[in-house]
Design a protein around this ligand. Structure first.
Ligand SMILES: NC(=O)N[C@@H](O)C(=O)O
Ligand code: NI
Length: 162
């Protein structure tokens, strides 16, 4: 039987077990540039593992729509992965706790405009899932020689509803 999960708003607290929320909510940590810029300092737990280095790639992903069927969850054991939208379009973030080396019950978050996320190393997640065009993102993740990828196909798939 297909598991149905309802989107919840992306909040720092709710997402904390899975990663970091990147947004300019609240006051900046410091004012810089002669007081003309607020710096929200060091807001993500980045990790690029042994033998890896940080990379910035640009993704142009095909928009999906809700209800959305999730068939695949993956994780990157050797590094973190940040999705930073280059538009104001909200996107879908699907995560799951680890349950003995496999994904536990998935959760779905809907970002607010101008929110990004950073998955901590090893967090089970759905692939980048924009909900509107253009699905253009900067992605900060590990560049290295290894695949740094574990995939699980959900049987049955999950359905994400708004
Ligand atoms: N494959 C790739 O670079 N991206 C995925 O890891 C993803 O989470 O979208
Ligand atoms: Ni990924």
């Amino acid at each position: 039987m297909t598991r149905v999960i309802t989107c919840q708003p992306l909040t720092t607290a709710a997402f904390a077990p899975f990663g970091d929320v990147l947004d300019c909510s609240g006051d900046p940590d410091r004012m810089i540039n002669a007081g003309l810029c607020g710096r929200y300092h060091d807001r993500a737990q980045l990790d690029f593992g042994e033998g890896g280095r940080a990379g910035i790639s640009l993704f142009r992903a095909t928009p999906r729509s809700l209800p959305y069927e999730v068939e695949l969850l993956e994780r990157h054991p050797e590094g973190s992965q940040a999705f930073i939208p280059m538009t104001e379009n909200p996107f879908l973030v699907i995560v799951a706790p680890d349950a003995g080396g496999h994904p536990g019950p998935p959760q779905a978050f809907l970002t607010a405009p101008r929110q990004g996320i950073n998955f901590h190393a090893g967090t089970w997640h759905g692939v980048l899932t924009p909900l509107a065009a253009p699905g253009i993102f900067a992605v900060v993740d590990r560049i290295g020689e290894t695949a740094n990828l574990e995939e699980v196909f959900l049987d049955p798939p999950c359905q994400v509803v708004s």
